[in-house]
Design a protein around this ligand. Structure first.
Ligand SMILES: [Zn+2]
Length: 418
């Protein structure tokens, strides 16, 4: 159950349901499945980016990179607020950016002529990390940003006869990153009254949005939640300890990491630029491809360096199936030996390489992934307060208390359209 589910249940008149994404814990991966109704291995969408010609060559992905069929098409009017992957569309979509890839903030563009759209910014900052020194200030910025988004959503909901709408709340994700897993329940938090006032305000807005769209299906949701983080793991260091991966010189990697940190910091100090996807700048040249069998260029995703996928691939296609299983069990064992329990692994069942999908997805309760090379591969001492879990919530315009997985939610939405 998501941490905020129980809390919101008391406040929400619309039916609130639980949502689960299995091994997927990143926004893009979960939304890839919700929007397409296809599993991650069919779309290749498992994180903010995907490796192209090599696992040293990452590209940030949006819907068109993955070429999946989305329930949101240009054929009918729809309403997409803060939904990852979805692009602005051709004018039939009322769209507010989630800030992950586009420099556009709203669509159609003429919305920019007026407030509240002109000053809409998808995120209050490019990374919550830069408010860790002042989490209360960061939390206030998050609440203010979500209030502004909801004010825009209400305006849009009144505009047209759209058939399907999704309002994605991302404030809880940001607050968990900043404040830890107890902020909703611990009365000692000075920001708690502001959070409660926000939830009151949000409920009024959401009711208004649902009422504005009596003939449409509206979902208000958050696809994942957080739990307390107890460890962080660097999958590439683990793969290298197991002999599957050769990392590039650590000094080079450190230099790239510090460059990324500096560029993100530079931009995050300028709020006006916070729509830029700087937090998503990718690391390159981390692996020695000519001697790496597998690597994890995206958190939680393992790719085999196969010849049918990568230009510098070294793994024969016929070796794929047995390697997948071998690596899965070796990783589960090394994590278990390091005290990580409840590891979940899901193997890509496809043997032909038709998408950019990884060969293996991995997650574990309380485990975050990291890219640092000067920390232990499994780090029990230094880790974030919380990490993502695959449990989210979805409020729908009819009361119910069900648990959906990503594909079932997609099916429900498709059913409402036809
Ligand atoms: Zn997050």
């Amino acid at each position: 159950m998501s941490t905020e589910f129980g809390f919101l249940k008391a406040f929400t008149k619309a039916g609130i349901n639980q949502l689960t994404g299995g091994v997927l814990t990143s926004a893009q991966a979960l939304w890839g499945e919700i929007l397409s109704g296809q599993r991650w291995w069919e779309t290749g969408c498992v994180g903010y980016a995907f490796p192209k010609s090599s696992f040293n060559d990452l590209e940030i992905g949006s819907q068109s990179n993955y070429k999946f069929r989305s329930i949101f098409t240009d054929n009918y009017a729809n309403f997409a607020i803060n939904v990852p992957l979805l692009e602005p569309g051709n004018g039939k979509r009322l769209w507010l950016s989630d800030g992950s890839f586009s420099s556009e903030t709203v669509s159609p563009k003429d919305l920019l002529n007026n407030e509240p759209f002109r000053s809409y910014r998808p995120r209050p900052f490019s990374s919550p990390a830069y408010f860790l020194g002042n989490p209360i200030k960061g939390a206030e910025a998050c609440l203010q940003s979500e209030r502004h988004r909801l004010a825009c959503a209400i305006e849009l909901a009144k505009r047209t006869d759209w058939q399907i709408g999704i309002v994605r709340l991302s404030v809880f994700d940001q607050l968990f990153h900043l404040l830890g897993s107890n902020f909703l329940y611990d009365e000692a938090f000075s920001v708690r009254p502001a959070v409660c006032a926000f939830i009151d305000f949000a409920n009024q807005c959401l009711e208004e949005i649902i009422l504005s769209s009596a003939n449409a299906t509206t979902c208000i949701m958050s696809a994942y939640s957080h739990s307390e983080c107890t460890k962080r793991a660097n999958l590439n260091l683990l793969l290298s300890q197991l002999g599957y991966c050769t990392l590039t010189d650590a000094k080079q990697v450190k230099r790239d990491l510090s460059l990324r940190h500096r560029s993100t910091l530079a931009v995050s100090t300028n709020m006006e630029s916070s729509i830029l996807p700087t937090a998503l700048v990718t690391l390159t040249n981390r692996f020695q491809a000519e001697s790496s069998i597998a690597a994890s260029p995206i958190h939680g995703a393992i790719y085999l360096n196969t010849k049918d996928r990568f230009q510098d691939g070294i793994v024969e296609v016929r070796e794929k199936e047995s390697l997948k299983k071998q690596i899965a069990s070796a990783l589960a064992k090394i994590l278990n030996d390091s005290g990580v329990r409840n590891t979940s692994l899901e193997l890509n069942p496809q043997d032909s390489q038709s998408t950019q999908a990884p060969d293996l997805m991995i997650c574990a309760n309380g485990l975050d992934f990291h890219d640092a090379y000067d920390a232990p591969a499994v780090d029990t001492f230094s880790h974030p307060l919380t990490c993502h879990t695959s449990n989210g919530f979805v409020c729908l315009d009819e009361p119910s208390q069900q648990t959906f997985n990503t594909l079932a939610l997609n099916k429900l939405l498709v059913g409402r359209l036809t």
